[in-house]
Design a protein around this ligand. Structure first.
Ligand code: G3P
Ligand code: CA
Length: 225
């Protein structure tokens, strides 16, 4: 079982920031999870929401802001919103990266970036898991590059996740932990899929879900796993 820092180490540092990813690395995670959107000038930006309003001192949709506008914003008065390239350069293959396609039209840019890091920085496909709740983004990525490891996120049902995972030859399903039973975890694994579940923060939940033999747990507090 692997453990994956949610938005870095969201329980300790502002989510989806370089300090958060560094904290996750300091806590020896096996992987980090992050969310991406494409901004107006085409770069991949690591941020959860569709707007910058909640997490920064600015406002507006990520898709309507240029990279320089995004870089002028601050989180907690001091931290910049990182690009995906900046995060990959920080992580430097110390752990795998779970890239969640949160925004629209992200698949092509993510495929290009993964290819670039495989060609130029000695990464391999095993260093990335690309997940999404969005059927169109998963389908697009599968069409563009079927070698990229996909994970199907679901908050609704494990059976729907399995259906999509089969359709797009995914490596994993990523159901919310409340959907899991020992039986459906076993069924998914018998069908050849790994099960990565989120977001487990309470020790009681973590201990229970561990007994289901999931393949990975996504948490804001990696030290609790
Ligand atoms: O990838 C698991 C989890 O991050 C999905 O939900 O809202 O935290 O992106 P959210
Ligand atoms: Ca996420």
């Amino acid at each position: 079982m692997v453990y994956i820092g949610h938005r870095g180490a969201k329980g300790h540092q502002p989510e989806n920031t370089l300090p958060s990813f560094q904290k996750a690395l300091d806590l020896n995670v096996d992987g980090i999870e992050l969310d991406v959107h494409v901004c107006k000038t085409g770069e991949l930006i690591v941020i959860h929401d569709f707007t910058v309003d909640r997490t920064t001192n600015g406002s507006g949709a990520v898709s309507e802001l240029s990279l320089s506008e995004i870089k002028s914003l601050r989180i907690n008065d001091e931290i910049e919103i990182p690009t995906l390239e900046e995060v990959l350069d920080l992580v430097g293959k110390k752990c795998f990266i779970n890239i969640e396609l949160k925004g629209r039209h992200t698949a092509k840019a993510v495929s290009n970036l993964i290819e670039k890091y495989i060609l130029e920085n000695d990464y391999s496909y095993e260093d990335f898991v690309v997940s999404s709740f969005q059927r169109e983004e998963l389908e697009m990525l599968f069409t563009i590059n079927p070698k990229i490891h996909l994970g199907v996120l679901s908050q609704a049902s494990v059976s729907q996740a399995l259906e999509w995972a089969t359709a797009f030859s995914a490596k994993a399903i990523h159901p919310h932990f409340s959907l899991l039973t020992p039986e459906n975890v076993q069924k998914a694994q018998e069908q050849g899929f790994k099960v990565y579940t989120w977001t487990l923060n309470e020790t009681e939940d973590i201990e229970r879900i561990k007994t289901y033999n999931v393949n990975g747990i996504i948490t804001d507090f990696p030290e609790r796993i």
